[in-house]
Ligand binder design. Structure first.
Ligand SMILES: NC(=O)c1ccc[n+]([C@@H]2O[C@H](COP(=O)([O-])OP(=O)(O)OC[C@H]3O[C@@H](n4cnc5c(N)ncnc54)[C@H](O)[C@@H]3O)[C@@H](O)[C@H]2O)c1
Ligand SMILES: [Zn+2]
Ligand SMILES: [Zn+2]
Length: 384
């Protein structure tokens, strides 16, 4: 089968790989119908995630058709059209039982923090991902969800990560009616977080980025204010000025390790990897939230140390909430929101490419070319 393969930092190719096989009675084999490239893939692409092995197939956002099931799979049948959450979760461990499907203790037993994810290095289990024609889906009774009849497959594929992550970012912010919410990062996740902040009752939503086309997109899509940090002397002072010098009630970091905007952070976090990613956005979030406010972090950082202003967290009494998204927990509500037209996930998709062109897809998304917001890959075997 055809699959994307990692060959080292910034080196992606498509290659023929053996067909995945059922390795456990709870496995399913899924023929991919759509898969996406995510901002999280850029951390892998840039070589910033430890133990990303040459030969791995990335891709944690995909839909597909069930081709084969193991003897203990009862919740799916061959021919089902499914959306597959990016978390690989056993459903039975102490963390899954609390709904922490992003922190499963069984799916990546060697990892002490995150759980298992598709196509996301060996620190999350070493599973191959969905930027391929076929994928092995472990614990198939737990997370894969049959796509409701009538739902557009492009909406479905964004329910595997971007929509639940934007939603959880807003949820973790504990937004109260009328709150001012600042979202750092106008990528698909940040734009969705801004959109979802309104659902929780925000009174004002501001998004910050440096890509003018993304800010423009966010203004239209999420109906929020959008500002370019390259035009500010200091983003923290800018937000203070916008909020009567009080600070925002809630700040959301939807940037993570690839953050720009601070030379020291960029050198130590992205160029020399002396810390686990550039902590610029989380820095700005902590410093521009009000005393007693909430910082919600969905931007991904590596497992080791980061330079964050922890003294300010203490002295301002800030609550920090963060996690990998527990996709399955949000699906019932978010499927309804899509069906009722409250959320329009596919509106984020700007590019549709053949799987063969995956390397171009990464280059374009990484360099923010051609007004790219979200790219969907279509294998020639998709059949739809
Ligand atoms: N927690 C989760 O479960 C989860 C799930 C999906 C994605 N993510 C993470 O969310 C983040 C965003 O994902 P995405 O797909 O939207 O990525 P993306 O790369 O498309 O978007 C990131 C945006 O941040 C902007 N940016 C860079 N530095 C900034 C700064 N200092 N302040 C404000 N904006 C800045 C970039 O210009 C870019 O537009 C990534 O870190 C990704 O790994 C987390
Ligand atoms: Zn993703
Ligand atoms: Zn588990």
């Amino acid at each position: 089968m055809l699959a994307m393969e990692y060959r080292g930092p910034k080196r992606i190719r498509v290659t023929q790989k053996p067909m995945p096989e059922i390795l456990h009675p709870e496995d399913a084999i899924v023929r991919v119908t759509r898969s996406c490239i995510c901002g999280s893939d850029l951390h892998l692409y840039n070589g910033n995630v430890p133990d990303t092995r040459v030969g791995q197939t990335f891709g944690h956002e995909f839909t597909g058709v069930v081709e084969e099931i193991g003897s203990e799979v009862t919740k799916l049948k061959v021919g089902d059209n499914v959306l597959v959450p990016f978390n690989i979760a056993c459903g039975k461990c102490i963390f899954c039982k609390q709904g922490l499907f992003g922190n499963c203790h069984e799916a990546a037993p060697q990892a002490s923090a995150a759980g298992g994810f598709f196509g996301y290095s060996h620190i999350t289990g070493g599973y191959n991902g969905g930027q391929a024609e076929y994928v092995r889906v472990p614990y198939a009774n737990v997370s894969p969800t049959v796509i409701p009849p009538g739902m557009d497959i492009e909406d479905a594929v964004l329910l595997t990560d971007v929509v639940p992550t934007g939603y959880q970012a807003a949820e973790m912010g504990g937004i109260q009616t009328g709150d001012t919410v600042v979202v750092f990062g106008a990528g698909p996740v940040g734009i969705m977080a801004a959109r979802c902040a309104w659902l929780f009752g925000a009174g004002r939503v501001i998004i910050i980025d440096k890509e003018e086309y993304r800010l423009e997109f966010a203004r239209n899509y999420a109906k929020c204010e959008a500002y370019n940090f390259l035009e500010m002397d200091d983003p923290v002072v800018f937000i203070k000025k916008q909020t009567d010098w009080i600070g925002a009630d809630v700040c959301i970091d939807a940037v993570g390790a690839e953050a720009a905007g601070n030379a020291l952070q960029t050198i130590t976090g992205r160029k020399t990897l002396l810390q686990a990613g550039s902590a610029t956005a989380v820095h700005w979030a902590i410093n521009s939230v009000r005393k007693g406010g909430v910082v919600s972090i969905v931007g991904v950082y590596g497992p080791t140390d980061n330079l964050v202003p922890i003294g300010n967290v203490l002295n301002k009494g800030i609550t920090i909430r963060a996690n990998q998204t527990a996709v399955k927990r949000h699906l019932p509500r978010l499927i309804e929101h899509v069906q009722n037209g409250i959320l329009n996930p596919k509106g984020l998709i700007t590019h549709r490419l053949a799987l063969e062109d995956v390397a171009d897809g990464y280059r374009m998304f990484s360099a923010k070319l051609d007004n790219c917001i979200k790219t969907v890959l279509i294998p020639s075997t998709a059949g739809m």
